[in-house]
Structure formats: structure tokens, C-alpha cells
Write a protein that binds this ligand. Structure first.
Ligand code: GCU
Length: 595
């Protein structure tokens, strides 16, 4: 084969390899403020537990042509699945599926000149491979962050077919890894949209108060498209602001202006209409302005010391035993948090859907968002650094304009003995500060020692974070060694704020099976005692800036297997899965009302 032919073949091979690994793009900001058409609803599905759909190439949807043709798959005649939603909860036979389901949706498109089209997913758990009209358009890994594909040049005029391979198998080198204490809801678990933009559009922006300032608004606007350099207006009618700037040839426009502002806080969740206008695009958003910082061992919101009255929440609507993904789900969960007396919600252990974050902000709840860097993580896996980096950027890009978000948590309960854990956490802490210096960062650790009723918080990795966040289960997993109020604390860093990010224990609502002072009966009284003792101990925790019980409501976790008390539910909720208040709920409600 002559040299020229060799080059042609090489070029072809490279192209095939590239296409087969086309990765999703970072999603544009503020999807709900765009010219977006929802693709939610009923999708056709092929359930593929053995994963043979790849070999059969189901995305080609081949149909018999000759009398002797047949194909051992078809979307037509198969089950329908609601999107958004997990496939596990829609058919009994899918309850425990950890594998592949193929989704199909047909939509009409009318490509327009000088318009661009994007396919946007709020999330697919855990891996998504997306085809359009039988061609691979790309893939995405990560079950809790948005992603998009530009389909401008491949969409047809008229009918188009999307096929999504959704696979929720747990991966040793995944985020999270193989082991986690929540239900593995698989599928297209959040909204899907087709987004139309102009040829040059506003892809991303940051409009927030400068760190440590109560009147300096700072940020930038990023234009995507051929017309990168444009006049940009930032209009905030209620502040009489019409700030003008210009994007450079990279499409970046800097924003910096002063204004007296009615600051956002839980007691005053003030949001402003902010209009970002360029020659070719206009996007509007509701943005709050607040300052959050650490000063010594205190957390200051708008310059005032604040005590964080938190609660942990998983992304699940227990009344439906289903993934939470809608505005109604968010209202249910966040209303329960407000009733408890909280001013912050820890969205455990992964970024929740956008409704949760936006509604929390509107309801006056601060938000702690977290990466699913959970417990056993293969930090030494070659792909791990990139996975953490992509997920971090996807999370921050989506929510960086949400004033309610005050904390980025970069991990939960990782182990100091895991190879490369310390350096990877240090690295992602640095990256986070570089991307967003307007919020606090933390990592949750639970390797503290406990001897002679003394808690020894020793992990040096806390040096990279603003807050020492500790999960402790004294009174449940760890019996007390003395009076709770006499507990001593030794802190590796005594110049940082301390946040008890998890504590609690289990109780089955209404459990009356046996002795109230024995854990093995899951009584409400036992759980209530844990909370009474924890409240006594809080008074002795140095630099305490807040507490967050684990957790708001009982939730599904298949590792919780006791056939009488748990039945696949983690019972540490202050509420039962029906929303019934356990005795411990009242202890926390009183504590929050008094602090
Ligand atoms: C851990 C972990 C939670 C878990 C909880 C429990 O601290 O962070 O995800 O569910 O303990 O054991 O219930």
C-alpha cells in the first residue's frame, strides 16, 4: 500500500477512535432560562440486562427487508419509560437492575439558518451513550451533573431519533465507587431538553459579589460562537444598573461594578432579575447577592456570624420510593427542612437536581453541595483525576450563580490509607478555589479517634479546607465512654470552624418491639436519647459553627437488610418514609429554635 493510502487509512482510524470517544460538552448555564423544548415524557425502551445491545447495535434499529430477515430486538412493542425517572421504579422486574436500558425518543426538528441546536441532559445515572439517527454523538460518565451535545450539524429536517444507552452499573473507579449507602437509581433521572440558540450565544457567566465584599459585584460573561467580541449589557432593573462591557476575541467579558444591594440571607432571600444582553443573545436569571467567609473560627454571612442549622437530604421522594427530580419533589423535601427549623441543607452525597438548589435559595435555605467522592474511591486510577475535575466543573458551572450555595464539599469519609487520597484532595481543593473563590470549601472526614471520652480530630488533610467537617455517630455506631457533656475534643487545627456534618441513629417509626434502651429494637426512644445526648455534647465542641443530623427522612438503601426494622431502608430519618415525625425530630426542632 503506497504512502498516501497509508495516511488515508490512518486518518480514518483516528477519526473512528475519536468519534467513539466523543465526550459530552460542559452544559451551558441556566438551561431553564433558554429557548428550550422539553423531551420529558414517555420514551420507548429496551431492557438489556446482559449488555448484548451493543453487539446487536440496537441504535441502528434495523428492520427486516427480505422475507428471511429478522432482528432480535425492537423498541416498538417494548416497555415505555417515563423520563425523568429511574428505570428501577417503573417495572417490578427492574427494581434491582444494575445494567443497561436503552431509551428512544423521536422528535421533530426544523433546522434554521444561523441557529444552533443542543441536546441537554440534567443527568443520566451512571453512564450515558447517546446516538442521533443511528450515529454516536457522544458519551458521559457521572450520575448527578448535567451535560450536552451540539447537534446543529447532524440534526435532520423533520423526524429525528435519539437513542440513549443508560447504564447504572457501579464501577470500582467510578464516582461514587462500588460501595455507597443509597439506592442506585439508574436511567435518565432528570429533565431532557432541546435548546435552540443563535449562532453566537451567551454560554456561561458569573455575576456574584466579590469575595469579602458587600457591594462589589464581580464576574464575567462567556460568549460562544463566531461573533465572540460583542458589547455586553448587564441589566439589573431593581438596582438601576445597566453595566456595559465588551467580550474579547476569546469571548470573555469582565464584569465589575459597585452597588448598594439588598443582600440575600435565609431571613431575606432577596433575588434580583439580572438580564445579560449581547447583540446576538439575551439571558435572564434570578440572582441573589451575599458574602460568605470564614473569619477565625466563625462563619460570616454578610459580615455577621451565623450558626448553620443543617439537615442532610438524599435526592429521593420517599412517598414515591423514587428518585427526586421534580419541582414538587423539591418543595416536599425543602418544606420538611424548613419545618424542622433549618437554615441550610446538605445535599448528600452528590449534586442534586437544579430544582432543589434554586428552590432552596428562594425559600431562604443555604445549600451545601457535594461531589460523590464517597468513601472507597480509586484515587490511584489513571482516570480518576479527570473524572473528579469534570464533575467539579459541571457542578460549579451549573450553580455558580446561586447565592444560596455557600459550601462546595469535595468528598465524604474517604480514608487516609487510600493511596493518593491526600494529594488528590489537596489538588481538587486548589482547583476549586481557582474556579470559584466566592464560596467555602470543605471535605467530610470521619476517621477521628475516640478514647477516654475524648474525640481526637487528627487528619492533616483538613489543612486544605475552610471548615473542619466531621461525621460522628456517638450513641449509635460508637457507644459513649462517659457523659456526653464531658466529652473532650482535640483538634488538629484549632483555628478553623468545626461543623458536625452527620450524627444520629436509626428508629422505625412507631417501633414497639422491645426494650426502649436497647439499640436492637430500633425504638424511637433510643433514637431520641441519641439526640438528647448529642445536644448535650454540642456545648463542649470547640469552634462549633453548625450541626446537621443524618438525616431528614428515611431513605432506600439495600444494604439495610433487617427484615423487621429496615427492609431496605436506612432508618436514620427524623421523619419516617411517610413523613411522620419521630420523637427525635422534636429534640432537633427545639435545639434549632434555641440556637
Ligand atoms: C455515613 C455516611 C452516610 C451513611 C451514614 C449511615 O456517615 O456519610 O452516607 O448513610 O453514615 O451509616 O447511615
Amino acid at each position: 500500500m503506497n504512502r498516501f493510502k497509508q495516511l488515508i487509512v490512518m486518518f480514518f482510524i483516528i477519526n473512528v477512535i475519536f468519534l467513539s470517544h466523543a465526550h459530552a460538552q460542559l452544559a451551558m448555564t441556566n438551561v431553564y432560562g433558554r429557548d428550550a423544548v422539553s423531551l420529558n415524557g414517555q420514551w420507548n425502551a429496551i431492557v438489556d440486562p446482559t449488555g448484548i445491545g451493543d453487539w446487536r447495535q440496537v441504535w441502528e434499529e434495523r428492520k427486516p427487508e427480505k422475507k428471511t430477515d429478522f432482528f432480535e430486538y425492537s423498541f416498538e412493542g417494548g416497555p415505555l419509560l417515563s423520563v425523568p425517572g429511574s428505570f428501577n421504579t417503573q417495572y417490578p422486574e427492574l427494581t434491582y437492575l444494575e445494567g443497561t436500558v436503552w431509551y428512544k425518543k423521536v422528535f421533530d426538528a426544523k433546522p434554521e439558518k444561523a441557529k444552533r441546536l443542543f441536546l441537554h441532559f440534567g443527568a443520566v445515572n451512571y453512564q450515558a451513550t447517546v446516538y442521533l439517527n443511528g450515529d454516536l454523538i457522544g458519551s458521559h460518565e457521572g450520575g448527578f451533573t448535567p451535560f450536552q451535545f451540539e447537534i446543529t450539524d447532524v440534526v435532520r429536517n423533520g423526524k429525528n431519533t435519539i437513542i440513549v444507552k443508560a447504564n447504572n452499573q457501579r464501577l470500582k473507579d467510578g464516582l461514587p465507587g462500588l460501595g455507597y449507602d443509597w439506592f442506585n437509581y439508574g436511567g435518565i433521572t432528570r429533565d431532557v431538553h432541546l435548546i435552540k440558540t443563535n449562532a453566537s450565544f451567551i454560554e456561561d457567566y458569573l455575576i456574584q459579589l466579590k469575595s469579602h465584599s458587600l457591594e462589589d459585584v464581580t464576574g464575567w460573561v462567556k460568549v460562544n460562537g463566531s461573533l465572540r467580541s460583542q458589547e455586553i449589557d448587564i441589566i439589573i432593573p431593581d438596582l438601576n444598573i445597566n453595566y456595559k462591557t465588551k467580550s474579547n476575541r476569546d469571548g470573555i467579558a469582565k464584569v465589575s461594578f459597585k452597588s448598594r444591594i439588598d443582600l440575600w440571607s435565609p431571613d431575606n432571600p432577596r433575588l434580583y432579575e439580572v438580564i445579560i444582553k449581547s447583540k446576538t443573545d439575551t439571558v435572564s436569571d434570578k440572582i441573589g447577592f451575599r458574602s460568605i467567609e470564614v473569619s477565625g473560627t466563625k462563619i460570616l454571612l454578610n459580615g455577621e456570624s451565623i450558626f448553620l442549622k443543617g439537615i442532610n437530604i438524599h435526592e429521593e421522594n420517599p412517598l414515591k420510593s423514587e428518585k427526586a427530580f421534580s419541582e414538587e419533589d423539591a418543595i416536599l423535601l425543602l418544606s420538611w427542612a424548613k419545618e424542622l427549623g433549618c437554615n441550610i441543607v446538605r445535599l448528600a452525597h452528590y449534586p442534586h437536581n437544579e430544582y432543589m438548589v434554586k428552590l432552596a435559595e428562594e425559600m431562604g435555605l443555604m445549600v451545601w453541595e457535594e461531589l460523590p467522592v464517597y468513601q472507597h474511591i480509586e484515587f490511584s486510577s489513571p482516570s480518576m483525576k479527570n473524572k473528579m475535575d469534570v464533575m467539579l466543573r459541571e457542578m460549579i458551572r451549573r450553580d455558580r450563580n446561586r447565592a444560596g450555595v455557600i459550601i462546595w464539599s469535595l468528598s465524604n469519609e474517604t480514608y487516609d490509607f487510600t493511596p493518593k487520597r491526600n494529594e488528590m484532595l489537596a489538588d481538587i481543593a486548589k482547583k476549586t478555589r481557582r474556579i470559584d473563590d466566592t464560596r467555602l470549601i470543605t471535605s467530610v472526614i470521619n476517621n477521628q479517634g475516640y478514647e477516654n471520652n475524648t474525640v481526637n480530630v487528627w487528619d492533616s488533610v483538613y489543612s486544605h479546607f475552610d471548615i473542619i467537617s466531621i461525621n460522628e455517630y456517638l450513641g449509635w455506631y460508637v457507644p459513649w465512654q462517659g457523659k456526653p457533656e464531658d466529652t473532650e475534643w482535640k483538634l488538629v487545627f484549632n483555628d478553623k470552624p468545626v461543623f458536625i456534618s452527620e450524627f444520629g441513629g436509626e428508629a422505625l417509626f412507631g417501633s414497639n418491639f422491645g426494650a426502649k434502651d436497647e439499640a436492637a429494637y430500633w425504638s424511637e426512644e433510643y433514637q431520641e436519647k441519641i439526640y438528647r445526648d448529642q445536644v448535650k455534647m454540642f456545648a463542649s465542641v470547640p469552634n462549633l459553627v453548625g450541626v446537621s443530623p443524618w438525616l431528614l427522612v428515611d431513605y432506600r438503601s439495600l444494604g439495610r437488610m433487617h427484615p423487621i426494622y429496615q427492609k431496605g431502608w436506612n432508618r436514620k430519618g427524623l421523619l419516617s418514609e411517610k413523613g411522620e415525625r419521630k420523637k427525635a425530630w422534636h429534640i432537633m426542632n427545639k435545639y434549632f429554635s434555641e440556637n
